[in-house]
Design a protein around this ligand. Structure first.
Ligand code: 5GP
Length: 115
């Protein structure tokens, strides 16, 4: 597999500001935050992106959400609000080929799309 920064962060080869870790997921501050709270939650096993999930990942995906709900509590943004984003492939701007969930908060985000 080609060099992947999130794999290196998981192995400890690259440094990251880890804010949460359990058996299933690891979460760390985004290096280039777009909001005051910008945290990435990744599974502890490699999944390229959402196109590669299957039934074996159901618990893991739930654990990513569960970890997010703990992190927003730790970061005290659970009341003010936040947004969870998962990018997939080119049109979303996915930059890193490793499934990751962005937690965005700490400021007013506005509506993403006027539905
Ligand atoms: P994507 O656009 O793929 O959904 O998001 C990738 C995110 O990873 C970006 O927000 C980017 O700032 C972040 N990122 C890229 N390289 C690093 C790094 O080396 N360390 C950390 N902590 N975040 C990174």
């Amino acid at each position: 597999m080609k060099k992947n920064i999130f794999i290196d962060i998981l192995s400890g080869k690259s440094k990251a500001d880890i804010v949460y870790k359990d058996k299933y997921v690891t979460a760390f501050n985004d290096i280039n935050p777009v909001t005051p709270v910008h945290i990435l939650v990744i599974p502890n096993i490699y999944i390229k992106n959402l196109n590669y999930i299957n039934n074996n990942h159901v618990i893991l995906l739930g654990k990513m959400l569960l970890a997010s709900s703990k992190i927003v509590y730790i970061k005290n943004i659970y009341k003010s609000g936040y947004r969870l984003v998962i990018n997939c492939n080119k049109h979303s701007g996915q930059e890193i080929d490793y499934l990751h969930l962005h937690i965005l908060g700490g400021c007013f985000l506005g509506k993403m799309i006027n539905l």
